[in-house]
Write a protein that binds this ligand. Structure first.
Ligand code: DQA
Length: 149
């Protein structure tokens, strides 16, 4: 199915390229390529396209949010460790003025205290934590309903 809709941006922060091999007891054995495939399939079933990105660099993540601001319909973001530190990512999401869903594979609230703070949640319409890789699909599902309502 072809579409003229803007894509949903799915943005991933540092170390998520290691998904599947990095601390599988915490983050699971699903790879980021598996996540991308599942997210694309779910979005495509609803007639939406996905821009799927991963970077280990804060400024690149900011640039990608800026790109989504002009070219995207919504943002799913797992900023990984930058969740807990980055005012720049908070500010970029604020400027984007798009629906935002924040995703974490792990339940950050059951982990170290430094993971309990999120600058991103202030700009998120929904937050999904602890559902593993399924969280990304749930985020897309939520956005599809939001975008189509
Ligand atoms: C994470 C949680 C963060 O605290 C951590 O730094 C990550 C991954 C998650 O998906 O559970 O890298 O965002």
């Amino acid at each position: 199915m072809t579409t003229t809709r803007r894509p949903i941006y799915v943005l991933n922060g540092p170390n998520l390229n290691l998904l599947g091999t990095r601390r599988p007891e915490v983050y699971g054995t699903t790879t980021l390529a598996d996540v991308e495939e599942a997210v694309r399939a779910r979005a495509a079933a609803g007639g939406w396209e996905v821009e799927f990105r991963q970077t280990n660099h804060e400024g690149v993540l900011v640039d990608q949010i800026h790109e989504a601001r002009t070219a995207g319909a919504a943002i799913v973001i797992n900023p990984a460790a930058y969740t807990h530190t980055s005012i720049a990512i908070h500010d970029a999401l604020e400027a984007a003025e798009l629906p935002v869903v924040e995703v974490h594979l792990s339940n950050v609230h059951r982990r170290e205290p430094f993971r309990h703070t999120s600058y991103v949640s202030l700009q998120a319409d929904a937050v999904i934590a602890g559902a593993g890789a399924l969280g990304y699909e749930l985020a897309v599902e939520h956005l599809l309903r939001t975008l189509e309502s």
